[in-house]
Design a protein around this ligand. Structure first.
Ligand code: NDP
Ligand SMILES: O=C(O)C1=N[C@H](C(=O)O)C[C@H](O)C1
Length: 262
């Protein structure tokens, strides 16, 4: 049995993940974590009343030898401390939370190396998103002028999305940085041209009713290519999370991107 802690268990993704863990053969829900939780056991929550799983509210209280894998769907402010704690205690983190800075990822990689603990940061666990990022990187070799539009629910905290930023980073690996658009263009409204990542524009849409969606638009002389993926439901992320949990304890370093485990 893989013993799993879910951090952020009351959130949209955390709640879906708890249910996936409970349903998945070979997975055991060992603990849940949320510093603001009032409960001491998950059975104080009506939908989980038949379970017996401790709720931790402080990192130092966690019984680390009872946990193999730490699944994190928390917040951009919390994820670094959580991931570092897991790695320091030889718990393999499977991180879905977005918003980690490059320097933070570099530090976490060092801790993983020191403790020889496998871990994964996945900007997106949906297979359609993983494929979109790979296809976009391939297309950018031939069509280097690109803009990204990501669309999410209006409760999302970070912009641009982790997936959009990762898409831009992957594209930047294969194309020369260059200015796009008219060099004399002006913005009558600040931000009209979107965020700028190495010359690539990224536009963030936040609307009720949306879950998670991304379009990558390429333009060349007389032609265009649009690649799009949609997560209509949070179940779209769960098979990726499950694969990561199954494979991560065989690793000895911190990986970035689900494609490394597929
Ligand atoms: N990689 C992927 O495939 C996906 C990634 N995500 C990412 O996952 C993250 C969570 O998204 P979502 O579930 O929608 O967000 P929610 O706001 O619904 O859930 C986050 C939960 O984490 C709790 N929390 C806050 N701080 C901590 C902490 N220090 N430790 C433990 N729990 C904490 C929050 O509690 P409180 O409300 O009390 O603050 C809340 O219950 C986001 O960064 C999002 O971008 C989302 C979908 C897919
Ligand atoms: O906040 C979300 O919902 C999502 N966050 C991730 C991101 O920022 O890319 C993954 C997915 O887009 C859903």
């Amino acid at each position: 049995m893989v013993k799993i802690l879910v951090a952020g268990f009351k959130g949209r993704m955390g709640n879906t993940t708890v249910k996936m863990v409970l349903d998945h053969p070979g997975f055991e829900l060992a603990a849940v974590y949320d510093p603001r939780a009032k409960e001491k056991n998950i059975n104080e929550i009506a939908e989980f009343s038949d379970l017996d799983v401790p709720v931790y509210r402080e990192l130092t209280a966690i019984s680390c030898h009872d946990v193999d894998v730490w699944i994190d769907f928390t917040s951009p402010k919390a994820v670094f401390a959580n991931a570092k704690f897991a790695l320091q205690n030889k718990i393999s983190p499977v991180i879905g939370t977005t918003g980690l800075q490059d320097e933070q990822v570099a530090e976490l990689k060092k801790v993983a190396q020191q403790t020889q603990t496998g871990g994964l940061i996945a900007p997106n666990f949906g297979i359609s998103a993983v494929l979109l990022m790979q296809f976009a990187q391939q297309a950018a070799k031939y069509l280097p002028d690109v803009e990204i539009i990501e669309m999410h629910h209006d409760n999302k905290l970070d912009a641009p999305s982790g997936t959009a930023l990762n898409t831009a980073k992957l594209i930047a690996e294969v194309r020369q940085e260059h200015y796009q658009g008219n060099p004399d263009e002006t913005e009558a409204l600040p931000g009209a041209r979107g965020a700028n990542y190495q010359g690539m524009r990224i536009h963030s849409v936040r609307l009720p009713g949306y879950v998670a969606h991304e379009q990558v638009l390429f333009g060349g002389p007389g032609e265009a290519l649009t690649i799009r993926q949609d997560s209509f439901d949070r179940s779209s992320f769960m098979s990726g999370v499950a694969v990561a949990v199954e494979k991560i304890t065989d690793q000895h370093e911190l990986l970035v991107g689900l494609e490394n485990l597929l």
